[in-house]
Design a protein around this ligand. Structure first.
Ligand code: ZN
Length: 180
């Protein structure tokens, strides 16, 4: 079911997300949450969504990053469910991207994050998984998993001049950004 998106200011985005127990993962209620996340992400056109964004304070996020994405990035991650993820930063080297978020509609911000990460997580069947990522996917993973710590991308912006409305981003920034 498509759920309304919780926007910045809604305390659920800043709350402590609960770690899932294995028996909780096997319930109908939990599979409904996964369906709601997938339906909502698809409906609102996100490449990722975290449970608190639909008002559920659990450590669950999903990412679906097709090769053809609106960020113009050549990355392909088929729809993946991340349960109880643990992120490890593999480098101090930073990379920057203009990020957006369904919970901050109409805004863009330039965020620098470590360029290489490892994520250990459970998939929806409860299997232990590991993913290594660099480039844009590393940023997408950090953005989504930050939601599970109550962190929004806007918290990570170091130069507040690099916050823009989407229309102004399209008009003044995107051409410069793509030229980099
Ligand atoms: Zn977000």
């Amino acid at each position: 079911m498509i759920k309304p998106i919780c926007r910045m200011g809604n305390p659920v985005l800043r709350s402590a997300m609960k770690t899932l127990e294995r028996d909780e993962m096997m319930t109908d209620g939990f599979s409904q949450i996964l369906t709601d996340l997938k339906d909502s992400m698809k409906h609102y056109g996100g490449i990722g969504i975290a449970a608190p964004q639909i008002g559920v304070a659990l450590k669950v996020a999903i990412i679906d990053l097709p090769e053809e994405n609106r960020y113009g990035q050549k990355v392909n991650l088929p729809l993946t469910v991340f349960i109880n993820p643990i992120i490890t930063y593999l480098t101090d080297e930073k990379q920057g991207f203009w990020e957006g978020c369904l919970s901050l509609p109409g805004l863009r911000g330039y965020v620098e994050r470590p360029s290489k990460v490892q994520v250990n997580y459970l998939d929806e069947k409860g299997n232990q998984k590991e993913i290594l990522a660099d480039g844009f996917l590393a940023t997408v993973l950090q953005h989504e998993l930050d939601h599970l710590e109550g962190v929004l991308y806007i918290d990570r912006i170091t130069d507040r001049k690099l916050i823009s409305y989407q229309e102004e981003y399209n008009e003044f920034i995107i051409s410069k950004n793509l030229a980099e």
